[in-house]
Design a binder for this molecule. Sequence first.
Ligand SMILES: [Zn+2]
Length: 476
Amino acid sequence: MLWTASLCVLWALSVQGAPMNKEKQKVLLISFDGFRWDYDRDVDTPNLDKMAKDGVKAPYVTPPYLTITSPTHFTLLTGRYIENHGVIHNMWFNTTTHEKKPYYQTQFVNEWWDNGTLPIWITAQRQGLKAGSLHFPGTASSYQGQVAMVREVEPLLYNYKNETAWQENTDKVMGWFRDQDLDFVSMYFGEPDGTGHKYGPDSPQRRDMVKQVDRTVGYIRDSAERHRLTDRLNIIITADHGMTTVYRNGLVEEITLSKIPGFSFSDLSFHLVDFGPSGMLLPKPGKLEKVYNALKGAHPNLHVYRKEELPERFHFTKNDRILPIVLFADPGYVINGYFPVQFNKGEHGFDNQEMDMKPFFRAVGPAFHKNLQVEPFETVNIYPLMCHILGIQPEVNDGHLSATKDMLVTSVRTKVSGGADYIKRAFTGLAAVAGFLTIVYVATMTHKLLKNKRKHKRSGSVKSLPVQEETKQTSF
Ligand SMILES: [Zn+2]
């Protein structure tokens, strides 16, 4: 009887689980490049404040090292540390031919991106969902022959700060969600990174750009409302890294490798320097110790590591693309090669433990609590969070849902099928069991009654029910 009751419950649950997909939730992942965690502190940001009130805010999040654009964005899309996803730099390079490609051209180098780790678009599509991407780093590449089904890559020489274009792009993405029923879209804005680099993070120009970001956040939420998406759409807004002021003009002793005694570029087969505060060197055969010893301790603000000796927390060792010597500078400094050629007033690419490298985080939508501030967490954890909301099985990744699940109104896998639904289904299951037991009870009682009646009939008193009816009831 218990076995039959269990079958009843399973049946009730499976029938009730059927409408799941109609209630599935959507996710829009937005990155405002270089939006440092505290950029809302010296500017009025009514829309970001409202988003925190209507949803979830983390005081800051920690990006992976190396804190530069393409590697950290690919971590958002994959949940993997940079050594594991392999997009180790903004620049594709070839140590044999000495070729290097800048950020934009590297977007189109498939093998740079497609090296074993699948971004969420592909995973979602393989599991029956529809995904799109607008300008997000990694969008131009294909992965194991697949691309995001709706995608837009910005043209070369794109103006990343045009607010009208930001609004048009927002409406375009909301149209994808509404008209093409996309489940997931990643969307990228190139600011306030550009302004932070050019004028510095403490400049009035940066503060004006944060106001523009804030207006756009308001526009994004209004657009979701206009497209009637708010009851299904979860919006996550974050960034790839922060920004810090670069010291120069004689204020500090700059780091210029060619000036370091005992160091010579002729000992290197390949180098990647003059790229903010980070650098990588490939010494010629037999020259590694010489190069390392010359640089180690040569400048108080220059850190020099053999790549396998980098602290484990960097997660920037276990990949063949990472060159044997890794350099990084303290905040305020950049690493120059032959002579200073970098003139940005703001930079990123520093140790991800530095507070100035931390981005912001906001999330709003039906999956998220309202007016909740959560503890800071690493950005590798955003990927499993998004997979969970979408109800898809994540690929192997370095994040944990446990780091972000407190921001969810309920376990979303049941929310996708519905938190309330789950209770409803459990209730129906219990009702089925109760019904079954009632029937068994009635049948048993009837059986007993009939037996008694037969006894009475044999003794010649009461009319009996037909035997067939008795059989039908007890074999239920
Ligand atoms: Zn960036």
